[in-house]
Design a binder for this molecule. Structure first.
Ligand SMILES: NC(=O)c1ccc[n+]([C@@H]2O[C@H](COP(=O)([O-])OP(=O)(O)OC[C@H]3O[C@@H](n4cnc5c(N)ncnc54)[C@H](O)[C@@H]3O)[C@@H](O)[C@H]2O)c1
Length: 333
């Protein structure tokens, strides 16, 4: 297939690029390079990176037409929760207005299919566990609001223009590729695992903060669902294949369906790396739910997808291999 991956120079997008290259797709990456890395695409010789912002509607429409693009995987977004709280309009502009421009370009060029990177943040503080797709969405931050707004935009785009879509609500993406030299490099890094592994890889004795040790969970720390980034890449491919026989706009949770506590993660990091972390316990952070685990039956049933790589040990193992080889991330400083 001939596909566009927006945000393909980023963490998750580059892992999808690897998967698409392996199946022989013709891949064009559209990425403005603001949080992505050229090195994340360096291993993939046949992949073309077009340095374009998704808000450039006309240039995008021309590109989609010129290359005969059949489908779009849409990852391009800002995704720092705290930053979205302090500068929400920047998030509405890039995520929501950017997607409006992308969809308009798709309509103009007659491209009908879109797989969209949504997030568990659309659920907000959440209700019942494990979380199913029919639970109410009530985001607690602008980042989650922008993703929910896009899901709704996609639903209307189906009705009005016949754009078919699958929104994949990712839980915590983690790990690195086990064969290609690509991994996780956000700046600033706000995720637990790459933060810990980055410190260890650089030999820094920075204490690890654990926010909340009095949650109603077995060890008192918060529980999250970690999904290996290669499993995430796979579900995108399955979603696009499934969409070929559908009519509408759909949303699925994509997680491992398993919960690990912060202490589980710390213990696994210590075991895999053979190092000891300095742990500092602190109070809960406002708005952090105690337990967030995905129900993944719908994706299993409809898309025929099951996580294969999301055992915590394998997640940490692959991430550690990448961090050891890239202690300062993609561009050494
Ligand atoms: N990492 C996670 O755990 C996680 C969880 C839930 C959802 N998501 C979503 O998955 C997607 C990818 O996340 P990631 O962790 O790979 O992030 P990332 O920052 O590594 O990748 C995002 C990419 O999009 C590009 N980009 C941003 N705005 C753009 C624009 N207007 N035009 C063109 N390119 C643009 C960036 O340069 C970057 O390469 C995002 O939409 C994010 O919200 C991520």
């Amino acid at each position: 297939m001939r596909v566009v991956v927006t945000g393909g120079a980023g963490y998750i997008g580059s892992h999808l690029v690897a998967r698409l290259v392996e199946q022989g797709d013709e891949v064009t990456v559209v990425d403005n390079g603001r949080t992505g890395h050229p090195e994340a695409l360096a291993p993939f010789a046949g992949v073309d990176w077009v340095a374009l912002d998704v808000s450039e509607r006309d240039a995008l429409a021309a590109l989609l037409r010129a290359r005969g693009i059949q489908a779009v995987y849409h990852f391009a977004a800002w995704s720092l929760v705290a930053e979205s709280m302090s500068d929400p309009l920047r998030y509405y502009r890039n995520n929501v207005a950017g997607t409006e421009a992308l969809l308009s370009a798709m309509v103009a060029a007659g491209v009908r299919d879109c797989i969209f990177s949504s997030t568990a943040a659309v659920y907000g503080a959440a209700g019942l566990e494990p979380l199913t797709e029919d639970q109410p969405c009530a985001p607690t931050n602008p980042y989650g609001e922008t993703k929910l707004a896009i899901e709704r935009m996609l639903a209307w785009a189906w009705r009005a223009y016949g754009i078919r879509s699958v929104s994949l609500r990712y839980f915590n993406a983690a790990g690195a590729h086990d064969r290609w030299p690509i991994g996780e490099d956000h700046r600033p890094e706000t995720h637990l695992l790459p933060t810990l592994l980055g410190h260890l890889a650089r030999g820094e004795a920075t204490p690890v903060s654990v926010y909340g040790t009095d949650y109603p969970t077995p060890d008192g720390t918060a529980i999250r669902d970690y999904i290996h980034v290669m499993d995430l890449a796979e579900v995108h491919v399955r979603a696009l294949a499934w969409l070929q026989d559908q009519a509408g706009a759909y949303a699925f949770n994509v997680g491992s369906g398993c919960g690990y506590s912060v202490r589980d993660v710390i213990r696994t990091v210590e075991r895999v790396t053979g190092r000891t972390l300095i742990v500092r316990e602190g109070p809960r952070r406002p708005g952090d739910p105690p337990h967030l685990v995905a129900a993944i039956d719908a994706a299993g049933r409809e898309l025929g997808w099951r996580p294969q790589h999301s055992d915590l040990e394998f997640i940490v193992d692959t991430a550690w291999a990448w961090h050891r080889a890239h202690p300062h991330g993609y561009d050494p400083v």
